[in-house]
Design a protein around this ligand. Structure first.
Ligand SMILES: *Cc1c(COP(=O)(O)O)cnc(C)c1O
Length: 479
């Protein structure tokens, strides 16, 4: 076990070494910890990785090229990279009960690209090679290759709509996924705000997608993956689940049975730095029939793997296999529910009327505000959130009508349900005291807000006071 002196010594020594070369970077690193310690972090996609995870990244693994897979590299001297990649993959398989894990993706978006191309390779490219009776794309005639390239670019994907909580990488035009696939979206029922499985089924039957993507960044309820798999089977689609946001809840066995994506999806992607609390990165888990194609992620869409980050993934995944992590995952959801209750009891309006996971989506239109105004007023008061669309958002994706808040980070600091009620009170106090602002010319503006400085200062003070009881990285004293 690490102690105050071990962790402090490790980080202080590292900063001294950095400071000798570029003091501004050392100072920024130090200041970042101070700032994080002082802010009430409610960003649903952020967390605090353990010192062991952070320290596993800062070393000479960063110097290695290791294209290929474990034991089959295009570079010599990868025996130690093989060790860390194998340990990370083993922890991932055992933690999630998956038959195959690929831990090289550098981020969530990269994990999704690996998954899309694995499915395209298995379902479009492999049959074309078989038909032409060749083993490798290089052996196709120019005419057959041209036909295959067109086929690869002419596939369909059905994903959750952005304003219902889906993600840009699920086939939306500004992202490469939207340029690769013809996309259609499914959404939520306007009355309940809940995922509309009947509409999803109807869309799947009409559109006949190659891939159905389930998973979200801003949906506060559970998804029944067994039901989505049933729909995928009906239309012969591959089910891909992007659990980037809620992987920690899957790892911690809060999401089980129909709500655990692993047994139901053909392929699952995730980030490792959100509720899973690891280093920044991504990962793909899949059923055996896609394993070979997934392992071609590098060099298909990824550059050389980041061995130092894979080392940190191995450490974080080992942590996620402990009883403490299960307890942590349950507390994330308990806290999220308490936060929702606290807001509802003070009169706030929440999308779907509450939460079953790690996040809450406040519809701030009931306070007369746009998401942008609410986000800025909260930031003035030391509360860090992000604005987010609500279903059928009248203010669009830039100004929005919602604020998304999540509990993974504060739960890592040790705050509990009692503190969540206090946090709800701080948020409500800010929003209730904020008014829409005007432009310089005096016309109404969706971007500016008016908040009494005294209220902002009082809330910021209360937030600091609350956080002082829950020190962040308590074993790290940088002096
Ligand atoms: C965060 C997120 C991603 C992207 O992860 P990055 O690591 O930022 O690339 C992809 N999908 C979903 C659902 C996410 O929430």
């Amino acid at each position: 076990m690490s102690s105050i002196s071990t962790e402090s010594t490790a980080f202080r020594a590292a900063l001294d070494v950095v400071r000798a070369v570029e003091p501004r970077v050392a100072d920024a690193i130090k200041q970042e910890l101070a700032d994080q310690r002082d802010s009430l972090k409610l960003i649903a996609s952020e967390n605090y990785a353990s010192p062991a995870t952070l320290l596993a990244m800062g070393n000479w693994f960063s110097d290695k090229y290791a294209e290929g897979t474990i034991g089959r590299r295009f570079y010599a001297g990868c025996q130690n990279v093989d060790t860390v990649e194998a340990v990370a993959a083993e922890h991932a398989r055992e933690l999630f009960g998956a038959s195959h894990a690929y831990v090289q993706p550098h981020s969530g978006i990269d994990a999704n690209l690996v998954a899309f191309w694995a499915v395209l390779a298995a379902r479009v490219e492999a049959p074309a090679l078989e038909k032409a009776q060749v083993r490798h794309v290089n052996d196709l005639t120019d005419a057959d290759w041209a036909t295959l390239r067109r086929a690869l670019g002419d596939q369909r994907m059905l994903g959750m709509s952005l304003d219902a909580g889906g993600h840009l990488t699920h086939g939306f035009r500004p992202n490469i996924s939207g340029k690769m696939f013809e996309q259609r979206s499914y959404g939520t029922d306007p009355a309940s705000g809940l995922l509309d499985y009947d509409a999803l089924r109807a869309a799947a039957h009409e559109f006949r997608p190659l891939i159905i993507v389930a998973g979200y960044s801003a949906y506060p309820r559970l998804v029944n993956f067994a039901k989505v798999r049933e729909i995928a089977e009906e239309v012969g689609a591959t089910l891909m689940v992007d659990m980037a946001h809620f992987a920690g809840l899957v790892a911690g066995k809060v999401l089980t049975g129909d709500f655990d994506p692993i047994p139901h999806a053909h392929i699952v992607t995730t980030t490792t730095h959100k509720s899973l609390r690891g280093p920044r990165g991504g990962m793909v888990l899949c059923q055996p029939e896609l394993a070979e194609q997934v392992d071609r992620g590098c060099p298909m869409v990824l550059g050389g793997p980041l061995p130092h980050v894979m080392a940190a993934k191995a450490v974080a995944l080992a942590e996620a296999r402990t009883p403490e992590f299960r307890d942590y995952a349950q507390r994330i959801v308990d806290n999220s529910r308490a936060l929702a209750e606290g807001l509802l009891s003070r009169g706030a309006k929440l999308v779907t009327g509450g939460t079953d996971n790690h996040l809450v989506l406040i519809d701030v239109s009931s306070y007369g505000l746009t998401g942008r105004q609410a986000e800025a007023a909260l930031l003035d008061s030391g509360v860090v959130t992000n604005r987010n669309s609500v279903p059928q958002d009248p203010n669009g994706a830039w100004y929005t009508s919602g604020v998304r808040i999540g509990t993974p980070a504060l739960t890592s600091r040790g705050l509990g349900t009692t503190e969540m009620d206090t946090v709800a009170d701080l948020i409500h106090t800010v929003l209730e005291n904020t008014a829409p602002g005007t432009t310089k010319a005096g016309t109404p503006s969706k971007a500016t807000h008016v908040l009494d400085e005294k209220v902002a200062a009082r809330v910021a003070g209360a937030a600091t006071e609350l956080l002082s009881g829950f020190p962040l990285y308590p074993n790290v004293d940088l002096g």
